[in-house]
Design a binder for this molecule. Structure first.
Ligand code: GCO
Length: 454
């Protein structure tokens, strides 16, 4: 197994999931601060008020990242930390935090990749309609400019939004995530349309204001289908299924990616959603469809499908007892290969795996260490598929392991542990898991040490 010399070996996290400091130094409230205050919404009524306390411990955390040897760290900016009301007043102290974090990363030769929005929407703007308000795209564009003005002299990698499928779908349709709404489908699609406009305007803003040449992408959820057999018919069935819209929900690739990359909503979605389609104003699709430098995709699992009658596809027969992570997501390494390949073939953009990882039942063992062989095996298998993707000519430029440290897993609170650094949430103490030492070897050998595990 080999990886290109400049392959980006990274790890990721997001502001609300690790920072804490929920009310520190003038930070405004986000919709996640508010959802966590509602009893019963989050596992064990956990909140992100303190989380990993990364807001105060960031420098130590960067030292750990450097010890692991990370080449890049994907972080997100908390919009209400930077602009407490979401627009207007800038909170310099909040902005300074990211300034110091970026400096600390660069000092340690870790490239910051910044996600502008990873779900912590300002509560004040939510009260003005949130993503349902068409002005939201302007609010987001203005906020983007503030961040770009401050950091773009040192930061060149930008991701606009993380997983619109989730913050729109889980946040506005099923209500599991903040802001916890269960809206009718027309409103869900309206919010989606505005978030797409916000993406487009943010890309325009970054290109206009960045002081170093920016590389801009997305981080969409990868809804991956893998073929049952390696035959032409089965591969075509999986591809068709991966890019089809069959349900009135957000859990698909094309409703978001087609407008962003191709400049149009997909025909099957337009048909299935017909009576719910929001007004699309003149120029909207042009705004949404901005040139991008990479397609960032978060891939955790996938579903194997087979070719069915009339050219469609159906779920493949599956094991009664498949390998599952603690999230009960099936371990499906080939999802990384097929997902990356199908996305590249459809959208023509270099692929970056902006998230891949697993939740595991980790604790500190009696020898004081955290042994997580499942995670090592998981990443070995997925990276093997990543290498296959590259070998077959798909430009896959980077891999961000989710997550650099255990963190607040949204509605699942601290129950789920995704990190390669263990965090004791009572004391704040960090412990590198076995997987962190393993990842360190992977990075230092540019993936070559993976050959020993095969
Ligand atoms: C997502 C988010 C992350 C999650 C991770 C594990 O994909 O939902 O980007 O914030 O923590 O994916 O679920």
């Amino acid at each position: 197994m080999s990886f290109p010399e400049n392959f980006v070996w990274g790890a990721a996290a997001s502001s609300y999931q690790i920072e804490g400091g929920a009310c520190d130094d003038g930070k405004g409230l986000s919709i996640w601060d508010m959802l966590c205050r509602q009893p019963g919404k989050i596992w064990s009524d956990n909140t992100g008020d303190i989380a990993c306390d990364h807001y105060h411990k960031y420098d130590d955390d960067v030292q750990l990242m450097a010890q692991i040897g990370l080449k890049a760290y994907r972080l997100s900016i908390s919009w209400p930390r930077v602009m407490p009301g979401g627009r207007g007043e800038i909170n310099e102290k909040g902005l300074d935090f990211y300034d110091r974090l970026v400096d600390s990363l660069l000092k340690n030769n870790i490239e910051p990749w910044i996600t502008l929005f990873h779900w912590d929407f300002p509560y004040t703007l939510y009260c003005r309609g949130g993503w349902l308000n068409r002005d939201s795209s302007e609010w987001f564009a203005n906020y983007t400019k503030v961040v770009v003005d401050k950091l773009s002299d040192r930061v060149s990698h930008w991701i606009t939004q993380n997983e619109p499928q989730c913050f729109i779908g889980l946040g506005h349709q099923t209500g599991e995530h903040a802001p916890g709404l269960k809206l009718g489908f027309a409103d869900v699609l309206l919010a989606a349309h505005h978030s797409l406009l916000a993406h487009g305007k943010a890309v325009q803003g970054i290109r206009t204001y960045a002081r170093t040449k920016p590389l801009i992408g997305t981080a969409l959820a990868g809804v991956v289908k893998t073929p049952f057999k390696n035959s032409y018919a089965e591969i075509e069935a999986a591809r068709q299924c991966m890019f089809a819209i069959t349900m009135r929900d957000c859990w698909n690739n094309t409703w978001f990616a087609d407008p962003i990359v191709l400049g149009r909503y997909p025909a099957d979605g337009l048909k299935l959603f017909e009576e719910f389609i929001p007004e699309i104003k003149n120029g909207d699709m042009e705004t949404i469809c901005q040139p991008l430098d990479f397609y960032g995709v978060n891939i955790y699992t996938g579903q194997t499908v087979l070719a069915a009658e009339n050219g469609s596809c159906a779920p493949a027969p599956h094991s009664e007892s498949p390998p599952l992570t603690a999230m009960e997501w099936e371990v499906k390494p080939e999802a990384l290969y097929w997902g990356g390949r199908f996305l590249y073939e459809r959208y023509g953009l270099p692929v970056v795996v902006t998230e891949n990882g697993m939740a595991n039942c980790d604790w500190i063992h009696s020898d004081g260490k955290v042994h997580d062989p499942q995670r090592i095996d998981f990443h070995t298998r997925y990276l093997c598929e990543c290498s296959r993707l590259i070998d077959e000519g798909v430009p896959c430029n980077g891999y961000f392991l989710w997550s650099v440290m255990d963190n607040f897993e949204w509605a699942q609170g601290y129950k789920q542990k995704f990190g390669i650094i263990y965090v004791d949430f009572d004391t704040g103490k960090r412990t590198l898991k076995d997987s962190a030492f393993w990842y360190s070897d992977v990075i230092r050998s540019n993936g070559r040490c993976l050959n020993n595990s095969l």
